[in-house]
Design a protein around this ligand. Structure first.
Ligand SMILES: [Zn+2]
Length: 93
């Protein structure tokens, strides 16, 4: 799916329609000291196999890409909506 780089959308901070720049949302870095990560590391210690199953039987081929919209006036960020699509392409026009 082709998505324009800039779009007009409502900014809750500016309280009016402003121009938003679209980029792709990416996951942040995992925190090594988060409780879940510490628990997982504890389980992984010592002998034995993988303590939690790794999911392999995924029937879905396409992934949902989350667009991240940034207000060009105040820098407010919000997430857009997306369907399951093969390719998420940002087009500059
Ligand atoms: Zn704004």
């Amino acid at each position: 799916m082709k998505v324009p780089k800039n779009t007009m959308s409502l900014c809750p901070r500016c309280k009016k329609h402003t121009e938003f720049t679209i980029s792709i949302y990416k996951k942040g870095k995992k925190r090594t000291l988060a409780e879940g990560q510490r628990r997982y590391d504890r389980k992984k210690r010592g002998y034995g196999s993988q303590p939690k199953e790794v999911f392999h039987k995924n029937a879905k081929i396409n992934k949902k890409t989350t667009p991240l919209l940034t207000c060009s006036v105040c820098g407010f960020k919000k997430y857009g909506r997306s369907q399951r699509i093969k390719k998420f392409e940002i087009v500059t026009a």
